[in-house]
Design a protein around this ligand. Structure first.
Ligand code: NIG
Ligand code: FE
Length: 415
């Protein structure tokens, strides 16, 4: 922390943001009142892209009288930018036809089993050039930024072979270099089994050569443990190999069936388990013990109309941090909007508005090990903020389906 603070020490600010209705710091100890750490008529000072100080507007004005770059929030809510900690943002094609099939009664796993679903996007992504994937990625990141997201985790997993998994991870790296949003990369070769290799062959490549190959391209290893994808035993073995190779771990677990992957993941020190509609109390205890974050993706049961949502209350009661993310992907949730996920978290996952706002910011930052850099407003953290056209956080789910973002500020600069 002191390293970050050193960088911003000094008395001048590059930018101050003033006159909020309230500043949600998400820092309960920082002059905060209320569960989200709210400063009435709060303000922020930023230098070199990092937060210098938070306080009331009069305090910040007094501390930085010479600052000429003043952003007036005009009595609107100011809070940290959203952290979308689970997305499949790099892919080609779209699958609206499957939405129609599901409305006709076919399930997500049936479509996958018939060679559609993930396989359909694998075919389109293998056929697409890096240039095409990059352009699509830039457009999607722009849409996320307009909806208030300032950091995005991106998974591979629509290649299921060396060439295209590498292509996806390299496109993510190019997006990181060229788009203002921050991008975290995850290797998801274990998304499902490719149709053009035997199960044994693919497992061997996944647990061996691919880990060495992609170690420098991705921070996390992720796997889809589910009927029709990877079994619990395969998941355990692959997670162990990935951990040995130096990856941090994530798991798509408990989406449709409780196969027991959250407990296995937690025992191996996984940073997060994601989806979690179906999980035993025993596995929750293991997550609590390990400090594994529960990433809830309510856009998925909403879009798939699968009936069962993850229950945040169960996790929060056990002291497991609950995060929210879009899971943005062409099959199970083509939504760019963290505001929509907050709405769904409140109406379907037993979250309070405060729980849901924390889930989309500081707890989402925890799910990608970035809680010391982003997710709350505190001296030394990144100047990633949004100004919303409301006065109170409860109005995010209240005005559901509307983009309330007036300005997205990334590292102190308006996008
Ligand atoms: O997180 N569950 C598995 N993977 C993705 C969906 C991928 C797809 O359908 O293309 C998910 O929901
Ligand atoms: Fe996913």
């Amino acid at each position: 922390m002191s390293g970050l603070l050193d960088k911003v020490s000094g008395t001048s600010a590059d930018t101050i943001i003033i006159n909020s209705s309230q500043l949600l710091t998400l820092e309960k100890d920082n002059k905060g009142t209320g569960a989200l750490g709210s400063i009435k008529n709060g303000a922020v000072a930023i230098k070199n892209g990092l937060i210098l100080e938070t306080g009331t507007t009069s305090e910040i004005r007094k501390s930085y009288p010479d600052c000429s770059d003043v952003i007036d929030a005009d009595d609107s809510l100011v809070m940290p930018g959203f952290v979308d900690c689970h997305t499949h943002l790099v892919f080609a094609g779209e699958r609206s036809n499957e939405m129609e099939q599901r409305l006709g009664g076919k399930s997500y796993l049936e479509i996958l089993g018939d060679g559609g679903g993930i396989h359909s996007t694998v075919r389109a992504t293998r056929a697409a050039s890096s240039e095409k994937l990059f352009v699509l990625g830039m457009e999607r990141l722009d849409r996320m930024a307009m909806n208030g997201t300032t950091t995005v985790e991106i998974k591979s997993g629509y290649g299921l072979n060396e060439e295209t998994e590498l292509k996806m991870l390299q496109v993510a790296a190019q997006l990181r270099r060229e788009h203002p949003l921050d991008i975290i990369s995850t290797y998801l070769g274990a998304h499902t089994f490719p149709p053009d290799q035997s199960r044994e062959e693919y497992l061997k490549w996944l647990s061996g050569k691919s880990l060495q190959l992609f170690k420098k391209e991705a921070e996390y290893f992720d796997i889809f443990c589910e009927e029709g994808a990877f079994s619990l035993e395969e998941t355990k073995k692959l997670l162990e190999s990935a951990k040995t190779a130096g990856f941090k771990l994530k798991v798509h677990g408990g989406q449709f069936n409780d196969l027991g992957s959250p407990g296995v993941a937690a025992s191996l020190g996984a940073v997060s388990v994601d989806h979690l509609e179906n999980i035993s109390n025993e596995d929750m205890d293991l997550m609590a013990e390990a400090g594994t974050v529960a990433v809830l993706l309510p856009g998925v049961p909403f879009f798939l109309q699968s009936g069962k949502y993850p229950d945040a209350e169960r996790f929060l009661k056990k002291g497991i941090p609950a995060a929210l993310a879009t899971d943005f992907n062409p099959g199970s949730c083509p939504s760019y909007s963290m505001q929509m996920m907050i709405t769904l978290g409140v109406f379907y996952c037993s979250m309070s508005a405060a729980d849901a706002v924390a889930a989309g910011t500081i707890n989402a930052a925890r799910a990608i090990n970035r809680e010391n850099e982003i997710g709350s407003l505190k001296a030394g953290k990144k100047g990633d903020l949004i100004i919303l056209d409301i006065k109170n956080p409860e109005e995010i789910p209240y005005y559901f389906g509307t983009n309330l973002v007036k300005k997205t500020i990334k590292s102190g600069k308006i996008l």
